[in-house]
Design a protein. Structure first.
Length: 113
């Protein structure tokens, strides 16, 4: 399927377009309307059965470094889960994960009873 991805050089958002004719490449960013777009490499899907994906996700060794109180650890785990499921959850989800990765873990002193 001729789906291409472009990154806007102005707002840095990823744009996905169905391009049926190569000469009719996208003209502007869907978010900020800039015409300064660069083509990026798209993710590709590897065929894997639903059962194989679920087995991989249920593997206890994947939870060894998971700390549910550490946002960075949770963000890494969520990225792994998304990659394993082969789903693109969108720019908003990616931005939320990046924000989680930049935050500090909560300390016991900061908890409110």
């Amino acid at each position: 399927m001729p789906i291409y991805e472009y990154r806007c050089c102005e707002c840095q958002k990823r744009n996905t377009f169905l391009v049926l004719t190569p000469s009719r490449a996208p003209q502007e960013c869907r978010y900020c309307r800039s015409t300064n777009l660069e083509r990026i490499m798209s993710r590709f899907a590897s065929p894997k059965s639903e059962e194989a994906r679920m087995e991989t996700l249920a593997d206890p060794s994947r939870f060894g470094d998971l700390d549910e109180n550490d946002p960075k650890s949770m963000a890494r785990f969520m990225k792994k889960m998304g990659e394993e499921m082969g789903e693109d959850l969108g720019d908003d989800f990616d931005e939320a994960l990046e924000e989680m990765e930049g935050s500090e873990p909560e300390s016991a002193d900061s908890e409110v009873d």
